[in-house]
Design a protein around this ligand. Structure first.
Ligand SMILES: Nc1ncnc2c1ncn2[C@@H]1O[C@H](COP(=O)(O)OP(=O)(O)OP(=O)(O)O)[C@@H](O)[C@H]1O
Ligand SMILES: [Mg+2]
Length: 410
C-alpha cells in the first residue's frame, strides 16, 4: 500500500509541485512508522526531486528521512505523541492567516505556542478544574485513545457569563498542548456580501485543517446572531449549513474550541455538534478568595480585608474582581502605604463601578457597619471571628461585641 502511494507521488504529484505540502504531509505521517521499503521509496523521491532541480523540496524530505532514522532513539513526550496523532502539517513560524478574498480582511489571528507560554490559567472551582483537566488529559493522550480504537472528542463548547475566564481557558489549553491557536476573527468572517460569510467560514476551516492546531471560535454566537435579520433567511441557512459541514469534517481532524456568552442563541444543530460542553460559572466563595489573593498579592492588605473583598464580590466575574483589584492598587499607589484605607478605597470605588451599586452586600457595606458586622459573623463561607472584625472596622473588640449582642437582643 505504502509502495503504491509513494509511486503515485513520484510519477504523478511531481507535476503539481504547488501541492508539494501535501506530499510532505503524506510522507511525514507515513514515516511515523517507517519500514526499510518505505524509506527506500522516499529516498528515491528525494533523488528524483534533486534531479529535476527542486533542491528545497528535496532537502525538506531528506530532513524527514533523517528524523525517521533517529526514531526510537529519543522518547518523545506525551504532548509530542498527541500532536503526531493529529493529521496536518506543522505550522510554519512565518504563517500568515487566511484572508477574505474580496476585502483582504484577516479571517483569523494565529498565536504560536511560544506566544502562549506566559498565560496564567484562570482560577476555577475545584470540580470544574478537575473536569477540564480530564478533558485536556484526553487531548494530550490522543495517541493512546487512537491506539485503543476510541474516537476522542476533539471539540468543546465553553459557555458562561462575560469575564469568567473562558477565552483565557482556551489559551491555556492550547499552551498545555503546545499547539498554535488559530482564533477566528468574526469581524472579518462575517460579510455583508451574499455568500461570502459561508465562503469565509469554509476558508478558515480549510486553513485550520491543513495544520496541527487548535481552532478557537470565540464569541461564537455572532454567527448565530445573524439569524435575527429577517431579510437574511437564505444566507443564514447557507452559513449554518456550511458551519455544520465544517464542524463535522473537523471533528475527526483537529481540536476546536467554541466560546459563547449567549448559548441560547446557538442553533440546536450546532449545539449538538460539540462532544464536550463546559459551563464556566461566576466564581464561588473559595475561588473568589483565590482570585482576590492573586490580584492583590503585591498590595499590603491583610487576610481579613482580602476575605472581606471575596465576600463583597459575590456575583462578580473574575474580570470584575480583577478590575476592582486594579482600582484598589491605583488608590494604594496614590495614597501610599500609611494613608491607604481599604474601606475608604472601596467607598470611592462604588461610583466607579456603578453597575454593582445594587448588590445587597455593597448596600450593606455603604449603609450600616453594625448590621454588616452581624451578617459577616454569621457567614459560613468565610467564618469571620470577632477579633478579625474589630481589626477590619478599626474598632475596639468590645464595640464589636456590643454590636453583636445588640442583634441577639433585638
Ligand atoms: N476565574 C478567573 N481567575 C482569574 N482571572 C480571571 C478569571 N476570570 C476572568 N479573569 C480575568 O478577567 C479577564 C477577562 O477574562 P476572559 O477574557 O478570559 O473572560 P471571558 O469569559 O472570555 O469574557 P467574555 O465573555 O467577555 O469574552 C482576564 O484578564 C482574566 O485574567
Ligand atoms: Mg472571551
Amino acid at each position: 500500500m505504502q509502495k503504491i502511494l509513494i509511486n503515485c507521488i513520484i510519477y504523478g504529484v511531481l507535476w503539481f509541485m504547488e501541492n508539494f505540502s501535501i506530499v510532505l504531509a503524506v510522507c511525514r505521517s507515513a514515516l511515523q512508522n517507517p519500514t526499510d521499503a518505505l524509506k527506500r521509496h522516499v529516498e528515491r523521491l528525494v533523488k528524483a526531486l534533486e534531479k529535476q532541480g527542486s533542491a528545497d523540496q528535496a532537502s525538506a524530505l531528506a530532513k524527514l528521512l533523517s528524523g525517521a532514522d533517529q526514531g526510537g532513539k529519543i522518547v518523545p513526550s506525551r504532548v509530542v505523541l498527541s500532536r503526531q496523532a493529529l493529521v496536518g502539517e506543522v505550522m510554519p513560524l512565518s504563517i500568515l492567516p487566511p484572508v477574505d478574498k474580496e476585502t483582504g480582511a484577516s479571517l483569523a489571528t494565529v498565536l504560536l505556542p511560544s506566544n502562549l507560554k506566559a498565560i496564567e490559567p484562570p482560577i476555577l472551582n475545584e470540580s470544574l478544574q478537575a473536569a477540564i483537566n480530564s478533558l485536556t488529559d484526553e487531548w494530550v493522550h490522543l495517541d493512546r485513545l487512537k491506539e485503543a480504537g476510541i474516537k476522542p472528542p476533539l471539540n468543546c463548547l465553553i459557555f458562561g457569563a462575560p469575564g469568567t475566564g473562558k477565552t483565557k481557558l482556551a489559551h491555556v489549553v492550547a499552551s498545555n498542548l503546545d499547539l498554535p491557536l488559530v482564533t477566528a476573527r468574526l469581524d472579518g468572517l462575517i460579510s455583508s456580501f451574499l455568500g461570502t460569510t459561508a465562503r469565509n467560514i469554509a476558508t478558515l476551516f480549510e486553513f485550520a485543517n491543513r495544520y496541527r492546531c487548535i481552532l478557537l471560535l470565540d464569541e461564537f454566537d455572532a454567527v448565530a446572531k445573524i439569524r435575527d435579520d429577517p431579510h437574511e433567511v437564505g444566507e443564514i441557512k447557507r452559513v449554518v449549513n456550511t458551519l455544520l459541514q465544517c464542524l463535522d469534517e473537523r471533528s475527526s481532524t483537529g481540536f476546536t474550541i467554541a466560546i459563547t456568552n449567549h448559548e441560547q442563541l446557538l442553533d440546536s444543530a450546532i449545539w449538538r455538534r460539540f462532544d464536550a460542553r463546559i459551563f464556566v460559572p461566576k466564581p464561588d466563595a473559595i475561588s473568589r478568595q483565590r482570585i482576590v489573593d492573586k490580584y492583590l498579592e503585591a498590595l499590603n492588605v491583610n487576610s481579613v480585608e482580602r476575605s472581606f473583598l471575596a465576600w463583597l464580590t459575590e456575583g462578580h466575574s473574575g474580570a470584575e474582581i480583577e478590575t476592582l483589584s486594579n482600582a484598589l492598587k491605583r488608590h494604594y499607589v496614590m495614597r501610599g502605604d500609611t494613608e491607604f484605607s481599604l474601606i475608604e478605597a472601596l467607598r470611592l470605588n462604588v461610583h466607579l463601578s456603578a453597575d454593582h451599586v445594587n448588590s445587597a452586600r455593597r448596600k450593606l457595606f455603604l449603609s450600616d457597619h453594625e448590621a454588616l458586622a452581624r451578617v459577616l459573623i454569621e457567614d459560613t463561607d468565610f467564618n469571620f471571628k470577632q477579633n478579625e472584625l474589630a481589626q477590619f472596622f478599626h474598632r475596639d473588640p468590645s464595640i464589636i461585641s456590643r454590636w453583636l449582642k445588640r442583634s441577639k437582643t433585638a
